[in-house]
Design a binder for this molecule. Structure first.
Ligand SMILES: NC(=O)c1ccc[n+]([C@@H]2O[C@H](COP(=O)([O-])OP(=O)(O)OC[C@H]3O[C@@H](n4cnc5c(N)ncnc54)[C@H](OP(=O)(O)O)[C@@H]3O)[C@@H](O)[C@H]2O)c1
Length: 324
């Protein structure tokens, strides 16, 4: 089968397409023929370690391989069709369309993946495209995890920084569903129309304005870019406000834990987790028309390096998917 590998950390050119043996499902596993896999901002960072703080770079190397990546195959967020089931599999049957995540094990930039039936994988409804399924597994689950952690309530206000990206566009739609109508989106000029259509009630073009110098305070600030500092921006939070940081240096969670003890404003720095429950919840929102991921680009698996060049520039619109 065809896979995309990288045998060292580096720029998009370290990615290459090779043939390896197709995996066989062990007892309790399903073999999935991948139809779409999300190429994400996280994959881009794992490939090149670019943009990470020095301490985060060391941690990433410790977890994923110090000298070179332990698993050369990137990618976690897939959709596809069950092609074969191992012994004792009762949850899935051959021919079912599914989507989910291989998590930290990665390996989804491939024509096939094997997953335990107890893994993060759910049935894809027929009205959801394969690309949408792959996209939901990343942007949707990440945004949902942060918003749940913030305990966002109906009637609260939110500012979303990086609102035109994968996580930002998902967050705009999800907070609407949670009863939040005051949604301020911060994005570049070319994304203003999209974030407005997705449901932002106010848009700030960061290329022309700085929200920190403008009127307004928020119950929640969701920073998906990583350029906001809790200490500098907490004046923009209302009492009991929460700042959510999707991208942060290694020291941030510990600092947040200590500072949260002494303030009524909280800083949330977490690594989002995907779960069967979150995928099922997002599937339900998809069915009711409350959540629809935006896929701005798709490339064949052979062009993964081209996709990574686009993602790495940091100005992605919505999701990017690769099609094996
Ligand atoms: N902690 C976790 O568990 C977790 C989970 C998911 C993602 N993440 C991280 O969260 C970040 C966002 O992920 P993503 O997939 O949404 O990324 P993305 O799709 O690349 O989106 C980032 C967005 O930020 C905008 N942006 C860039 N500079 C900006 C600035 N100065 N001010 C405001 N907006 C700016 C970009 O477009 P424009 O500049 O054109 O507006 C882009 O739309 C990544 O760093 C990712 O690694 C963390």
């Amino acid at each position: 089968m065809k896979v995309v590998i990288r045998t060292e950390y580096g720029g998009p050119d370290v990615l290459s397409v090779v043939e390896i043996d197709k995996p066989k499902p062990k007892p309790g596993e399903v073999l999935i023929k991948v139809a779409a896999v999300a190429a994400t901002s996280a994959d881009s960072k794992m490939r090149g370690l670019q943009g990470l703080s020095p301490s985060m770079r060391v941690l990433t190397r410790l977890v994923f391989g110090f000298i070179k990546p332990r698993n050369p195959i990137l990618g976690s967020f897939f959709s596809g069709t069950v092609e074969q089931v191992g012994d004792n599999v009762t949850k899935f049957a051959v021919g079912q369309e599914v989507f989910g995540s291989t998590g930290m094990k990665q390996g989804a930039y491939a024509e096939y993946v094997c997953l335990p039936q107890t893994g993060v994988v759910v049935i894809k409804p027929s009205e959801m495209s394969f690309s949408q399924g792959a996209s939901i597994s990343f942007g949707g689950t990440s945004a949902l995890c942060f918003l749940q952690k913030a305990g966002i309530q109906p009637g609260e206000s939110i500012l979303i920084n990086g609102a035109g990206g994968d996580v930002g566009l998902a967050a705009i739609q999800l907070v609407r569903k949670f009863g939040v109508t005051e949604i301020t989106a911060v994005c570049g000029t070319d994304k203003i129309d999209t974030v407005s259509q997705m449901g932002a009630s106010r848009v700030i073009d960061y290329q022309n304005e700085n929200f920190a110098e403008m009127d307004g305070s928020y119950d929640v600030i969701f920073d998906t870019v990583g350029n906001l500092n809790f200490n500098c921006h907490k004046a923009k939070l209302k009492k009991n406000g929460r700042m959510l940081s999707a991208f942060f240096p290694l020291s941030a969670p510990l600092r947040a834990m200590i500072m949260n003890l002494f303030s009524n404003k909280k800083h949330v720095c977490i690594v989002a987790e995907e779960s069967v429950e979150s995928l099922n919840y997002l599937t339900e929102l998809f069915r009711t028309g409350d959540f629809k991921p935006l896929i701005s680009h798709s490339w064949p698996l052979d062009d993964t390096a081209i996709a990574h060049r686009y993602i790495q520039n940091g100005h992605k619109l919505g999701s990017v998917v690769l099609l094996p």
